[in-house]
Design a protein. Sequence first.
Length: 285
Amino acid sequence: MLSIARLTRQLKTTHLSSRLGGSAVPAITAAASNVNLQSQQSCNFATGNRKVLEAKNVKRLKIQAKKKKNVNKPSSKTTEDAAKEIDASSNQPFLQHQEWVKFQQSITVDGFQTGQTVTTSALKKSRGGKQSRKRREKELERLQQSSQSASAVADLKYPAIRYSEEETEELLKLAFAAIPERAGKRGTRNLRRQSRRWFLVRKIRAKYKRHIIAAHERRMEKRHWKREKVKHMKHEVAPKALVKDVQYQQAVLTRWAETMFGAAEVADEIKQLEESSENTIGAKD
């Protein structure tokens, strides 16, 4: 279909051409012919769309009529029978898988988990639930019973192979004899090099340990010398120095007292002090 904007544009061009002069008539005729062609094309497009829609509606009506016929047709089987058939066909595993499971069950070993598939799996994908769980448990019990009976029959058919001590020794000798000899370098140079290397490592570490022990002994000797010097100073030198210091202080005090109070009075007081000190010492003894 022709748009409104395009029509107005064409009319404007014709109006301008009419104002300009003699070229107005052919311009108007050209615009009119363009409008007619576009209208015809739009009509043809609309009729084509209508035909396509009618064909689609006819097909849809036919499909609906077929569905109604199938629904209204009476069925010979009941819904319960059909459901049972569907369950049986879906729960029954396919034949190839069943044969493979039988083979795996025949080669199983009691007491070992080898990851073999010893249970048949159905093709149906169940959504779970109480009934499906009970059905699965019954199926597993039945399969376990069948596998046990099959293993018992296999044990009766094929007894376990047991070797005597002599036979086992011979088999071990054969196995050890079949081990190939070592091919390639012996590695003796590398072993010699490694032994020399670790000998030097032990030697260096022993020397370092001796140096550490010697440093510790020197440190202890210096500490002992300091301790003995302190003890000598504290018990032998310091008391004598203290006595000398006390005597010097007494001499200074007596000289000061003599200059201030007189020598006779100071001498009497010193005698009294000495007597009183002697008395106190005797009382303590």
